[in-house]
Design a binder for this molecule. Structure first.
Ligand SMILES: [Zn+2]
Ligand SMILES: [Zn+2]
Length: 284
């Protein structure tokens, strides 16, 4: 039995420790496949994305660790690529010559406030609420509609392996009294988007980053049955920014997925994705 994690951060972006610190934690905790997925550079500067000039060092440190820990853990080189409508996606010039094992596409910024200034749906609540009022007159339904419209554009464009924190908008949306993940309008919207994930053959990560703090995964556990019914390939990622969060929430999530009826998770074997059986203790 073993575990895997393909969504992780380190000091090349906003992670709080070196690449090696994460590897040192992962090995004794049963992680056999571990991918680095720093936030890829954006066309403008931020505090949380990798600097374009740092990519060569990111790659160099990755290959040093891959060699050093060979036989103890399989390491993979990836990036978490932001999808920002008309601004950032996998087709940006930066990615054209990069040799990566895989990519994750995620939405953190939804709409443009001003030049190089975007509304983050992944930051603090105050910022989220201000953007909600600015763009949607405080209507959380309209914000969710926009989020899944942008998700649709990202999925249609494709070019990546994994969709990151699929329904991240729920992170803040759940703080509004009139929002429930089981509301029909929301379920319908999510289901259409999941059908698109399925038709594009993209892997859906089950992201455990907020499980300990908020009790939710992305996508929300309420959608596990429909994901299973659609037979969308999944795997569990922690989106860790601290070494001791490498396997956070894995045991509980593996168990819930097993109980829902999932049988396999999609895993990377060198350059190929393969479906591997699992149970509550891990991958077989
Ligand atoms: Zn992310
Ligand atoms: Zn991330």
């Amino acid at each position: 039995m073993y575990l895997s994690n393909y969504h992780s951060h380190c000091t090349f972006c906003d992670g709080r420790s070196s690449m090696e610190d994460f590897v040192k934690f992962a090995i004794p905790h049963g992680i056999k496949k571990y991918g680095f997925s720093s936030h890829a550079p954006l066309p403008f500067l931020t505090k949380w994305t990798m600097l374009a000039d740092d990519f060569a060092d990111y790659e160099k440190e990755f290959y040093r660790l891959k060699l050093k820990y060979e036989g103890q853990i399989e390491l993979y080189l990836g990036l978490e690529v932001d999808f920002i409508h008309n601004c950032s996606d996998i087709e940006n010039e930066f990615f054209s010559d990069k040799k990566l094992d895989y990519t994750i596409a995620s939405i953190h910024y939804l709409d443009k406030i001003s030049e190089n200034n975007y509304w983050s749906i992944d930051g603090g609540f105050r910022e989220f609420d201000a953007g909600l009022n600015l763009f949607f007159g405080g209507d959380i339904r309209l914000a969710c509609k926009r989020f899944f419209e942008i998700t649709g554009l990202m999925l249609e464009k494709g070019g990546f392996d994994i969709v990151g924190h699929f329904d991240k908008i729920t992170y803040h949306a759940l703080k509004y009294k009139d929002f429930n993940v089981t509301d029909k309008w929301f379920v319908d919207m999510v289901t259409v988007s999941l059908q698109l994930v399925k038709s594009k053959g993209i892997i859906l990560e089950i992201n455990t980053k907020s499980l300990a703090e908020y009790g939710i995964t992305f996508p929300h556990a309420a959608f596990y049955p429909v994901i299973n019914e659609l037979q969308i390939p999944i795997h569990v990622n922690s989106d860790c920014h601290y070494p001791n969060h490498v396997d956070a929430g894995f045991r509980q999530t593996y168990m819930e997925l097993k109980q829902t009826g999932f049988k396999t998770m999609r895993q990377l074997f060198d350059k190929q994705w393969v479906d591997v059986e699992f149970d509550e203790n891990g991958l077989k």
